[in-house]
Design a protein around this ligand. Structure first.
Ligand SMILES: [Cu+2]
Length: 171
């Protein structure tokens, strides 16, 4: 009877220590992560923003929405989705001069097929494809120079002339 009780007490003590050790490990990992995110802005989980490239050859071409808003110091994942029948450019030199690009990811279907790192000046997306632009805005401003430079052979105009322009606001 006493042997049995001794054994139970021992087990309880061991369990208590195990629980305590696990708790220590979890708190260390959690605190480490917090410090890490605080120091490295690119390691934050991104805020997802979507912009669609829409239109029809010979008709209209446009960005939806045509106004994009961001805030400095936050990590964004801008999903540029071409859901039209033409290729499109996402070009804004004021924008690229005001951000830090972490990476650009190329998505095919549901799979990520490429990751490009370094300074990015503009992005071209082919029909029915998605490109993700991961960046941290650094400078505030209102930039009216977003446009698409592709030439529409049917209408003999550029997409910009047909309305494919936009504004990027960094607050
Ligand atoms: Cu276009």
């Amino acid at each position: 009877m006493t042997k049995d009780n001794n054994y139970k007490i021992k087990r309880m003590v061991i369990n208590f220590y195990l629980f305590f050790i696990l708790l220590m490990i979890f708190s260390i990992v959690f605190l480490e992560r917090k410090t890490f995110a605080k120091g490295d802005l690119t390691r934050l989980s991104p805020i997802e923003v979507e912009v669609l490239m829409k239109g029809k050859k010979g008709g209209v071409h446009y960005f939806e929405p045509s106004v994009l808003k961001f805030e400095t110091g936050k990590l964004y994942k801008l999903e540029i989705k071409n859901i039209s029948d033409s290729k499109h450019y996402f070009t804004s030199s004021d924008f690229v001069n005001s951000i830090f690009t972490r990476k650009v990811q190329v998505i095919k279907g549901k799979n990520k097929i490429a990751e490009i790192k370094g300074y990015i000046r503009e992005v071209e997306v082919f029909p029915k494809n998605i490109v993700e632009w991961w960046f941290v805005p650094l400078k505030t401003g209102t930039f009216d120079d977003l446009f698409c430079k592709v030439f529409d052979k049917k209408s003999r105009k550029t997409h910009k002339e047909m309305g494919m322009v936009g504004t990027i606001i960094i607050e």
